[in-house]
Design a protein around this ligand. Sequence first.
Ligand code: CTP
Length: 404
Amino acid sequence: MNVVLGVGGGIAAYKAAELARLLMRQGLQVNTVLTHSAGEFITPLTFAALTGRKVITDLFANRSAEDILSSSVEHIQVAQENQVLVVAPATADLLAKFAHGLADDFLSTLYLAFTGPIVLAPAMNTNMWNHPATVANLSVLRARGHRIVGPDAGDLACGTVGPGRLADPEQIAAVVAAAALNKEDLSGEVVLISAGPTQEPLDPVRYITNRSSGKMGYALAEAANARGAQVILVSGPVHIPPPPGVEVVSVRTAHQMRDAIVGRMEEATIIIKSAAVADYYVSTVPASKIKKTAARVSLDLEPTPDILAELGSRKGDRLLIGFAAETSDLISESRRKMKAKKADMIVGNLVNVDGTGFESDLNEVTLVMATGETIPVARATKREIAHIIFDHALRLRLALHASQ
Ligand code: CTP
């Protein structure tokens, strides 16, 4: 499968080289187009060496009249031979050209001739990003159905802090890969996902929590969004940025998570409970700090509501997916939880395996399905695992409907 990587002229152009490498790792052939100003930041040779392919630099640059005649339709040919067009960094200038249909160089001409999915990863100074002209151009491009990835917020090369930084190349590559596979298979779905830990206060300064980082839930949200779903992400306190294009509902305690999820469940067609919900809480939290004394103390804990079990009892025909964090008996425990909580699938997770699980970018899971199947998923990034979960979830739903 072929993709065109259009590189705009911004300081983030160097990150497009990493993106090219990641796209190739996804098994995609990458054809690079550099705008004239991108060539000021990074050389065509970098991309030619990385991709093993000729790099297109400009419409008529450095070409003889003969070449121009024979290649005057090259942008049409490139448009026809590639499945996805990704532009990273998409500068304010490129967004404006695309929005208004200007075609004065190879990339903007190719844009007009391109009929497949288009992924745009904007990067620019915060003021340029917030300018009403850019805001208006972006809303035109969104309305055309292009997938916009980022920008992230953070320190920018121009010395300011705010939105404008190119999205993580891994994230852009995941969206491009999904677009290349034409994975719009979640369009029309509303996916409700819970992620992260909960915090249960003991007093105004202390709480009980767990080691969940939220990475798996956030990867699921990103994957669902990339595959065309509307995503509602109910998140406990985490330290990772929310995936763009996803509605985030921030919560702290198990009770808040329960209320947020149950409050939105009617809208959902697929619900995934990847959050590590605290099982116990203190029902009467003192208003002032518990003071240290020489005496032993014990906590009087009450069970929290089991959100997955409540969802299972009233899910209707929604697909319900839970997680099981285990240190042993993975499959039997996953199966027990699936039945007890009336889930359609449990993603079983051994959390005491080196290099995977909590806090890691990698995971290794077993999918236990209501159809009786057990599917081991080998170690992979949480992003890849998220896509595999959706592949099986959709297949499972068909199987469950067929058996009804
Ligand atoms: N879960 C939930 N509400 C709770 C506890 C768990 O919705 N109060 C959900 C989790 O989000 C997960 C599934 O139930 O999808 C299993 O969570 P896990 O912690 O593995 O199991 P528990 O039921 O808490 O059982 P145990 O801790 O004894 O293994």
